[in-house]
Design a protein. Sequence first.
Length: 482
Amino acid sequence: MSIYDQYEAVVGLEVHIQLSTKSKAFCGDAAAFGGDQNTHISAISLGLPGTLPRLNKSQVEYAVRLGLALNSKINQRNFFDRKNYFYTDLPKGYQITQDNEPICLGGNFDIEMKNGSRNIRIHHIHMEEDAGKSIHDQHPKYSQIDLNRAGVPLLEVVTEPDFRSAEEVDNFMTQMRQLVRYLGISDGNMEQGSMRCDCNISVRKKGATTYGQRCEVKNMNSMRFARKAIEFEFKRQIDLIESGGKVLQQTLNFDAATGTTSPLRDKEDAHDYRYFPEPDLPPVVLADDYIDAIKTAMPPLPAQLKKQFQKELGLNEYDTNLLTEDKSVALFFLDFVKEYSNYKSAANLVINKILPFLNEKNIALSQFPIGIKNLSAFLKLIDDGQVSSSIAYQRLFPELLEKPNSAPLELAQSLNLIQSSDIGFLEDLVQKTIENNPDKVKAYQNGKKGLIGFFMGEVMKQSKGKAEPKATNALLRKYLES
Ligand code: ADP
Ligand code: MG
């Protein structure tokens, strides 16, 4: 047994979620990602003296939405604090955040793992603003500063140290991203930094009841890197302890190129920031009615839809996960099955045809050409035995994509795809097949009943897929066995 097997990792996250509000947290500047450098700015973003912040209602509403989704207690009287530090991309010299009385307290998030689920406790959620961006690699001599991001509204979700593996962290972040997208509060785009997390990592002997000293790896916006950072820290800290050393509480930087961490600075304590209540913003007081209204308007959430898809529609877990990954797909599917009640066929059509089509064309579901009525009519042709399922998918569906507003039945007729159970038509084919294969007929009659498949195949081929299978099968047996 390796020494590493005697330890377990303990991880707590501070997740930053950039909100998709129109304007910034405390002024009217655009909060959108990107834009020419230093164009989404004003006297307030620049931190000029004499300017005053004002609250963005959407930020508060989004925080409450997330809090309700995570079973937090909404703190009906919360307020902002100043976190003071000097940095060139923070022109005010302080960040407006919440320290003492954050907007959401406690909560939990059930995350799905390969085998079962894990409940991760939430410590709190607070509102704050982002800093600007320092750019160190664009100019040979100088660092540059882009303040477009300065003042963009963030929520920070702080978890309890409940994670025990990098995989749990990965799943949590992926499912949190899905949640914020369902809630419509953030695009959850990690590559653009809309979601990033600080990972607090410590190790302890398995079975221990107290936590070890932790290090904090800052600003992970790729789950692949976060996994690597956690795995690297896990070994580094154990090696350190096993060789008689002590883990120091430090803030670390993760270097993606080498896959290693290195100290950025010693951990600062709360008193280093001289937190104090923000005097320019009054406390945020939330009435019961206000919270109830947000509760009532909550969109359906992934966990709830998954339950519904499995319990009410009888779909398996695999299909359910694919259909609920994206909110627009899940809601589309619910509309679809209002129109068409063979849920499994509907699921297959969405999963095997529609989603791959969207992927290939790189378009949104809203741009998918065929409407629900025609999709239902298409599937009903198969259910009613009018078009064989393979012909329907291979020939009719592509045609329908080209002419999405034509009635599937008429299209099938014009392409001559309608299956026939017309006895005259089938008898002809069956007789021909039997005449052409005297050896196989003899073998069948001598007991090789499996050959029925061969005869079916022949008739199908000759009919170009139009022979209705049940009637064909009955006719073949009649002729072969008479
Ligand atoms: P601070 O306010 O100094 O950043 P907190 O105690 O509020 O510290 O914790 C911040 C984060 O660190 C939380 O996500 C928490 O779960 C995590 N954390 C706290 N103690 C440990 C530990 N021993 N090991 C790993 N993570 C920890
Ligand atoms: Mg912290």
